[in-house]
Design a protein around this ligand. Structure first.
Ligand SMILES: Cc1cc2nc3c(=O)[nH]c(=O)nc-3n(C[C@H](O)[C@H](O)[C@H](O)COP(=O)(O)OP(=O)(O)OC[C@H]3O[C@@H](n4cnc5c(N)ncnc54)[C@H](O)[C@@H]3O)c2cc1C
Length: 279
């Protein structure tokens, strides 16, 4: 992200501390705006620019604008006119994870609320409360939130595994890492083929990560694999009687939850009696 001023003045929106900071920031900026007599300072304080219109960016700007509008009721009337919320997006649309009609619907709803959406536009620099954009325009804004360029863990690329252009581990539809037997990946770090997704890959959401985790668990340890594993062990058990006992034990374990009774005292069976007998 070699964008002048971004590291010094921007903030991300990935962690809880960042989210809490932004919530407080909105209130602090409303305080600043309501206390100053300087019109330019007020406009800058109430300018909020978000860069990157994926899920996280759209959710963030939508929620914070809503929050700010609710908070405005407790501030002097008039400052609402100076408040601006701007979403800057480098591509020609918002929410690339969704189909175009749904994304257009979301953009229309945001615009109705007064949120500006600048597509085909890039952030160029941030300096002294001024945000410069690639279309030559500039916005007076003290708060810039970076929600673009969500990257998977750098461990994926560093590990030497096959990765796509976004640094995600390439997997096939069974979630097996391409070209490597016995290695699997799921979640944000994996490029999971999805014929229903506009991009051809599952979007990086918790909903997909959870479903992939279940599928992956089934693919690694499905019933046939479990059955083979158990049967193999059973074959090597000595005596028929022991084989039958173990098979019955495993069958009962299939039907009921695990036994979680603590059996550590087995090694000292007389301790309790000794305590009672007072020795
Ligand atoms: C602001 C925001 C809002 C979101 N909102 C939604 C939403 O509304 N709905 C939704 O479905 N999804 C949402 N998501 C996306 C969702 O959080 C992710 O898709 C999901 O968490 C991916 O799960 P994961 O297990 O693949 O990765 P993660 O949840 O990122 O888990 C990976 C874990 O691995 C750890 N880790 C990384 N490197 C190492 C290492 N070298 N050694 C050990 N541990 C390591 C990390 O610390 C992390 O705990 C949102 C994301 C963000 C940032």
């Amino acid at each position: 992200m070699p964008i002048p001023g971004l590291a010094e003045h921007g903030v991300g929106f990935k962690t809880l501390p960042e989210a809490i900071w932004l919530r407080n920031r909105v209130l602090a900026q409303l305080d600043t705006a309501s206390e100053t007599e300087d019109a330019e300072e007020r406009r800058t304080a109430l300018g909020f620019v978000f860069v990157g219109a994926g899920f996280a960016g759209i959710e963030a700007i939508g929620e914070l604008e809503d929050f700010a509008r609710a908070a405005l009721a407790t501030y002097p009337p008039g400052i609402a006119n100076d408040m601006r919320w701007v979403m800057v997006e480098a591509t020609d649309r918002i929410l690339p994870e969704l189909d175009r009609a749904l994304a257009t619907y979301a953009a229309d709803r945001l615009r109705e609320r007064g949120i500006q959406i600048r597509t085909d536009t890039r952030l160029v620099s941030i300096e002294d409360g001024t945000v410069r954009l690639s279309d030559g325009s500039s916005i007076a804004a003290a708060t810039v939130v970076w929600t673009a360029g969500v990257r998977p863990s750098p461990l994926a690329s560093a590990s030497g595994l096959p990765v796509d252009d976004r640094g995600r581990v390439r997997v096939d539809r069974t979630l097996r890492v391409e070209g490597i037997d016995g290695l699997w990946a799921a979640g944000d770090v994996a490029a999971v083929p999805d014929p229903h997704a506009p991009s051809g890959y599952s979007p990086p959401t918790a909903q997909h990560a959870l479903r992939q985790a279940k599928t992956l668990a089934e693919n690694i340890r499905g019933f046939p694999a479990w059955f083979l594993h158990r049967t193999y062990h059973l074959i090597y058990m000595p005596t028929l009687g022991r084989k039958v006992r173990i098979a019955l034990d495993w069958t009962v374990a299939l039907l009921f939850p695990r036994d979680i009774a603590q059996l550590g005292s087995l090694e000292h069976p007389r301790d309790s009696f000794r305590r009672s007998a007072g020795s």
